[in-house]
Design a protein. Structure first.
Lengths: 608, 790
């Protein structure tokens, strides 16, 4: 009769669950909260009496249910407190003295104290929950110390299950558990292996992690987790420099769970590492289209079950392994890759898609982690450069206009470029940031004018080209260096200074070339020489400078100039520079073989 | 404990009575010991208690006598049928070997009269109860004693109990009861198996089952008890009880079943009282050791307020307004002159009077002067408005919740639909990525395999054998051949070492993987490349016709297919092996396809092996022999895992499936494999029966549902008639008659002939294609036709 009252919460729980399985996790939450509070009430009732052997089994079952609900609501400390109370009551019942707080010793004592009685499984179920709490709070060391895997070896095989079901047939008094312990153990086992694998991997012990993950892949587990084991195996292999085997693993992960976007991303990274650009681009394209699917935004592990794997896998190292950049970032990467590797028309399309998405209100997946997108003007300029390459100068000009109109009002009269070493000292950080912004504005506007100049060059409108190159140059001279420019600084990549010099060189070169087309050779020579000063590696400036010299009759000088230009080895790789800072391939060109023929006709230089 | 206090207070009929035991001191002239009392009434205007009456009684005239007040309490005097104040005093004899107890009652004329007197050779140590009667009840050395006006002497309860709980029932005849644990055996454990709870009515001496009041585990931990209601229905006691336990809980029991539990803020509860605040419900006031008090609402069973440093709590209608209030006197710090210096009179719902020098307040009533009646009324009006507002709010919230749920479900359904649309292209895309590198290579390979003609167009018979089991004969051939399609059973003879290659005994079409991929796998797996494979084909026939005819000719019909499969087999010409194959041919087998899309299956094979009585068949290790203790003695099992999420199981009895189901993930689906050759008649029959059953259930339930639907439609417009007039009464009767008729109809519904015929027709048509071509069931079909004609 006493037991009857306890049935209420169970039955209502299971009734609700029976209908609630189809509910979304969000909807399950209030229900879970309600169940949790009902279970708490029940526990309060049952713990209101002294621990008696007859009721303790029931009590521990209730504790299991309460703790599971609490754990499912991420109330770990509360659940742990309940576990401690329950085990203390067990010890009180068996008459053993309370023991040390060292978890492995403590639990061993508790298990030993109940011996082989009916309480033994109940205590082990509680240990399962303790395991879940340790796992959720990333205390992997304790899990290892307790040797939980060996403790639960018998449990997971389901030998107990049979005993339980037989018991249930005999009497209806066996209280129900909200989650089958065997399922819980299965889940805990694979989650622990995954978490430990991620930990070992981040600590550089790849081979150790690999063996564990390989065995885990054959364990009974949700599809997502199986995919994770393959994914992490792949990461281990990638660390052990076996890229092909890693690719196999990533493939398996994807075959197991098509929602494992991370595997796609990782394999793309491998292709990048291997230098297989075609595969990389294809990978990026797939990754992007996958990320645009509706399910990609919702967490992969959310499900309707009580204890979701995502709750158990909260380690930092794992989430960093599983992180995938946002769809937009992938799209940008894709566009850039295409432009760099000769798929200009594809690249242009991707850039336009990207800008369209950024303009529409629907910022799908913007909040995902990963590297942030470049700023909007930067993207405009990159897109403009791509359009220019695709011989769509009108579109390019429109984009540049956009950049110029937005930045024009914000342009500073003068700006001082500081050296990076002293750039961001603590006291001037705020000032610096502001200064950075202004420098960036200046550079963007300059680049926009430069691109427009290129456009006009492409259209053979030399006058307009000269105007825009001049505007670019005029803007750039507003920037001054704080301490005289030294060559070291210019050489450093990516710095504002380097970009500035490059812009100057390119704009002067462009103007010089334009002047050559209108036969203003003197102006052309001046500009081209200045360009080579500002940016010595500029090939077109060097070649055209020689051409102008040749036309002016200074043939030996011309020859020397050409020779010097050809001797340049490109200092920067193609991809390290912004697309819009590359020398245009669309302007008037000089044929190198023709130039060499000319030099040969000229004979050996005088000095030789 | 009571004697520690200088003043002992009591409330009676809205007045506070203070008892004080004045002892003769050595220096005083007065040599006697007096019990002084004064009765005080609360004056609302002055916010004080004023003396209404007082008096004194001499208890002892001896100088050396040591007099103590043990306890005072109000109890019903049965003889006078009034509630009187009772006070129990004790006098220690000079030598200290005996104790004189006397219970005094305060009469209506404000006189203290001795009521019961008795002598004890010991001092009462444990809690003493003054209850209905008046009766004095106490326990000493595990025995319960009582002294009452009726008994006139000290009596002992006849049953030996440990852990007694004493209480009062609001019943007609029996009021006082004692609950206790009665040990059945000599062991000292307190489990329900070794001890039982006995109840004992003091007045009648009747013994009853104590579990109707308190459940077993609570007996030992109950500190005080209050019976809220009790009645005897057919000699069964129905009760509602609250008890405060030593585990800091207040527990509410109904008929001995725990209904509600509340955690108490203090330890060591001593007394529970009920405050009826009228419209606002009831409060329980629990007083604790060391002057803690807490009040709790009966309805919500939650703590309303609590106080500390309280010297005594009284419940009565001190204001004379018709409802109870509680009166708390606080322990004075320093000021000892006036006993009623600091008090709080409140019902926690609007009434609050207090005089406080120092604030011991923890929470609860306001510290402002008493509110005026107008503000009280306003407060009540506001309160009721708040309440109605709250209910409206709750209803709204409920509606919102329902709406949310509907919305979320529809959104979910929508996303499901959308994701289904999108899922396909992605999958295709993925394959494109992976195979892009060697696609051309694969295609070339594909072409080659397709162009290649079958290596051997004629199967090579390696071995022919036959076995006889029971009434049947099994003929088997081992062939070296390409893939075959046959009406007989085919067993793939597996390779000895490679566990990855298939070894299923089901139909030949079992791989859906593209050939090119698999061929790659096998290159890696085994060195030698064989195009052909060995299979065992078996056929079963009944023995009797064979025995009757003279010449025996057995034909195995084979149909070839030119599909290229790579499987590696090993040669086994063992007789044992032949035995096994014959057995497999004869045995009825179930083949189930187990598919668990969301959860991988894990290592089913090892799970099966770990079962009791399971061992591998030596000659053919992919088969497991299960020797369970159940009704089906021996069983051959075979598990074939296709992917981590899919597998095939063949077995003979379904009982095993039951325990396997418990092991498998909940989400997995189990389907009997269609087209398995060698399905026994029983299997066909049972499958047909199952289908038939399901469709029958569907048809019938839809039939009944339609009925009900129609009924509901017709019912919808009816209005309930007014029962006032004669006509209305008539209509009421009609409606009732119709209701009766309808419920009778529902129990044995009438179905139109046409509809019934349609039902049977539909079932028949369902059955038609099961039974087609099966001679076995023609009789059955005839039966059904007969039913249809009917």
């Amino acid at each position: 009769m006493y037991l009857v009252t306890f049935q209420f919460a169970f039955t209502s729980f299971f009734q609700q669950r029976g209908g609630g399985d189809a509910l979304s996790p969000d909807q399950n939450k209030p229900h879970l909260r309600w169940c949790s509070s009902e279970f708490h009430k029940l526990l309060k009732k049952i713990q209101g009496i002294p621990p008696l052997a007859d009721y303790l089994q029931l009590e521990l079952t209730v504790v299991y249910n309460v703790c599971l609900c609490s754990t499912a609501q991420s109330q770990f400390s509360e659940a742990e407190l309940l576990l401690t109370q329950a085990t203390e009551r067990v010890l009180q019942m068996t008459g053993d003295a309370p023991v040390a707080s060292d978890p492995p010793v403590f639990w061993r004592t508790v298990i030993n104290s109940v011996g082989d009685t009916a309480l033994n499984p109940c205590v082990l179920y509680l240990l399962c929950l303790q395991w879940a709490i340790w796992l959720s709070t990333c205390q992997l060391k304790i899990i290892q110390e307790c040797q939980l895997f060996s403790v639960f070896e018998t449990l997971s095989t389901g030998v107990w299950d049979e005993g339980r079901s037989e018991l249930r047939e005999k009497s209806s008094d066996i209280p129900l558990l909200v989650m089958d312990p065997r399922r819980l153990i299965e889940l805990l086992q694979i989650c622990t292996i995954i978490a430990q694998g991620a930990e070992s991997l981040s600590e550089g012990r790849s081979s150790e992690a690999l063996s564990g993950l390989q065995t885990a892949s054959s364990l009974p587990a949700p599809r997502t987790l199986i995919a994770y084991t393959h994914l992490l195996s792949g990461s281990c292999l990638a660390h052990m420099s076996c890229p092909q085997m890693a690719l196999q693993c990533y493939r398996k992960a994807l075959e197991t769970d098509s929602r494992c976007v991370c595997a796609l991303y990782q394999s793309m990274l491998i292709y990048r590492q291997l230098g297989n650009t075609q595969a990389e681009i294809q990978g990026l394209r797939l990754l992007h289209s996958t990320l645009m699917l509706p399910f990609a935004t919702e967490p992969a592990l959310a499900d309707t079950r009580l204890l979701s794997p995502s709750l158990l896998l909260r380690s930092q190292s794992l989430s960093s392994l599983l992180s995938v950049p946002s769809a937009l970032s992938v799209l940008h990467n894709l566009a850039l890759k295409c432009v760099h590797h000769g798929r200009v028309s594809d690249g242009v399309e991707y850039y336009l898609d990207l800008l369209a998405v950024l303009h529409s209100e629907d910022q799908h997946g913007v909040h995902a982690e990963g590297p942030p997108l470049p700023s909007l003007p930067e993207l405009y300029l990159q897109a403009g450069a791509a359009l220019l390459m695709a011989r769509r100068p009108a579109d390019c000009m429109a984009l540049c206009d956009e950049v110029i109109t937005t930045t024009l009002e914000l342009l500073p009269e003068k700006v001082v470029l500081a050296e990076p070493e002293e750039k961001c000292e603590a006291e001037t950080r705020a000032l610096c940031a502001e200064g950075d912004d202004r420098v960036a504005m200046l550079l963007w506007a300059g680049a926009a004018y430069l691109l427009q100049g290129h456009c006009h060059t492409q259209l053979k409108d030399w006058k307009q080209a000269v105007t825009h190159y001049t505007r670019c140059f005029n803007l750039l001279v507003k920037a001054r260096f704080k301490k005289g420019s030294n060559a070291d600084m210019v050489g450093k990549q990516g710095t504002d200074l380097c970009i500035l010099q490059k812009l100057k060189g390119l704009s002067l070169a462009g103007r010089g070339i334009s002047f050559t087309q209108t036969d203003q050779l003197r102006e052309a020579l001046r500009d081209l020489q200045l360009s080579m000063q500002a940016f010595p590696e500029c090939v077109s400036a060097g070649l055209w400078c020689g051409e102008v010299l040749w036309r002016l009759g200074r043939r030996w000088e011309a020859a020397a100039c050409w020779e010097k230009t050809w001797s340049f080895t490109p200092q920067f790789s193609v991809e390290s520079l912004s697309v819009y800072l590359q020398e245009p391939q669309s302007g008037p060109l000089l044929d190198s073989s023709e130039l060499r023929r000319r030099i040969q006709e000229l004979g050996p230089p005088l000095s030789a | 404990k009571a004697s520690d206090w200088r003043f002992i207070r009591l409330s009676l009929c809205g007045k506070v009575i203070i008892f004080n035991c004045k002892r003769a001191s050595a220096t005083s002239d007065c040599e006697r010991t007096e019990l002084i009392f004064s009765s005080l009434a609360f004056q609302r205007e002055d916010n004080t208690f004023l003396k209404a009456a007082d008096g004194a009684a001499i208890i002892s005239r001896k100088r050396s006598a040591h007099v103590d007040i043990v306890k005072c309490k109000c109890a019903i005097n049965v003889q006078k049928r009034v509630t009187t104040a009772c006070i129990l005093v004790t006098k220690k004899s000079e030598k200290g070997e005996s104790f004189q107890y006397s219970l005094l009652t305060l009469s209506s004329s404000n006189h203290l009269e001795p009521c019961i007197e008795f002598k004890l050779p010991y001092q009462m140590r444990e809690t003493v109860h003054i209850l209905h009667g008046p009766t004095v009840l106490w326990s000493h050395t595990g025995n319960v004693f009582y002294a009452s006006l009726q008994a006139g002497e000290v009596r002992q309860m006849p049953i030996q109990v440990s852990h007694s709980v004493i209480g009062e029932l609001p019943l007609h005849k029996e009021h006082l009861f004692v609950l206790g644990l009665h040990n059945l055996s000599d062991q000292c454990s307190n489990t329900p198996s070794t001890s039982q709870i006995l109840g004992y009515f003091v007045e009648s001496g009747q013994v009853f089952d104590g579990t109707v009041i308190l459940p077993h585990p609570y007996i030992c931990i109950t500190r005080c008890i209050l019976v809220l209601s009790a009645e005897k229905v057919d000699d069964v006691l129905k009760s509602a009880v609250i008890a405060a336990t030593s585990n800091q809980q207040l527990v509410y029991f109904e008929n001995g079943i725990v209904k509600d539990v509340c955690q108490l803020p203090f330890e060591q509860p001593e007394n529970i009282q009920v405050v009826n605040t009228g419209r606002n419900g009831c409060l329980f006031v629990i007083s604790f050791h060391q002057g803690h008090v807490c009040a709790m609402w009966k309805e919500t069973f939650q703590i309303a307020s609590h106080w500390s440093s309280v010297s005594s709590v009284h419940v009565d209608d001190f204001l004379g307004c018709g409802t109870d209030q509680m009166l708390l006197f606080f322990k004075d710090q320093g000021i000892t002159g006036q006993p009623l210096d600091t008090f709080l009179l409140t019902d926690l719902c609007g009434i609050s009077y207090s005089v406080r020098h120092t604030f011991y307040f923890d929470s609860g009533a306001p510290k402002t002067p008493p509110p005026s009646p107008e503000s009280d009324l306003t407060l009540r009006a506001l309160e009721s408005r708040l309440q109605s507002g709250l209910t409206v709010l709750q209803e709204l919230q409920r509606e919102v919740r329902v709406k949310d749920r509907v919305l979320q479900q529809s959104v979910r359904a929508l996303t499901d639909v959308v994701s289904e649309i999108f899922a396909l292209p992605v999958q295709e895309g993925l394959i494109a990525l992976w195979d892009c590198d060697d696609e051309s290579k694969d295609e070339a390979l594909d072409d080659k395999t397709q162009d290649m003609p079958a290596v051997s167009s004629k199967p090579q018979v390696d071995k022919l054998w036959h076995r006889i089991t029971e009434e049947r004969m099994v003929v088997g051939v081992i062939l070296t051949t390409d893939i075959i399609q046959t009406q007989s059973q085919v067993f793939w003879l597996p390779a000895p070492c490679s566990s990855s290659s298939s070894s299923s005994s089901s139909s030949a079409y079992m791989f859906s993987e593209p050939a090119a991929k698999r061929s790659k796998q096998h290159y890696a797996g085994t060195p030698n490349d064989l195009n052909t494979c060995r299979v065992a084909v078996t056929a079963v026939t009944r023995l009797t016709p064979l025995l009757n005819s003279g010449c025996v000719k057995c034909r195995v019909m084979l149909h070839y297919m030119t599909v290229h499969y790579c499987l590696f087999l090993f040669f086994c010409t063992d007789e044992v092996k032949e035995d096994l194959l014959s057995l497999m041919a004869v045995l009825d087998r179930w083949v189930f396809h187990i598919d668990s899309p969301e959860h991988s299956l894990g290592n089913i094979d090892s799970w099966i092996q770990k079962r009791v009585g399971c061992k591998r068949v030596e000659v053919s290790p992919q088969y497991l022999l299960l020797n369970s203790s159940g009704p089906s003695a021996l069983m051959l099992l075979h598990w074939h895992q296709i992917t981590p999420f899919q597998g095939e199981l063949s077995l003979q009895t379904l009982q095993f499936l039951d325990s396997l189901l418990a092991y498998l993930p909940v989400s997995c689906s189990i389907q009997p494999v269609k087209g398995t050759k060698g399905q026994g008649a029983t299997q066909i029959f049972s499958l047909a029966l199952e289908k038939e059953m399901v469709s029958l259930i569907e048809c019938v339930s839809s039939l009944l549902c339609e009925e009900e639907e129609e009924e509901r439609k017709s019912l919808g417009h009816e209005e309930t008639p007014e029962p006032g007039s004669v006509k209305g009464l008539q209509r009421c009767r009609e409606v009732f008659q119709r209701d009766v008729e309808r419920s009778r109809m529902r129990l044995s519904p009438l179905v139109g002939v046409g509809r019934y015929r349609r039902l049977t027709q539909s079932i028949y048509s369902l059955k038609e294609h099961f039974l087609d071509g099966s001679d076995f069931l023609t009789k059955y079909r005839k039966l059904w036709q007969a039913i249809l004609v009917l």
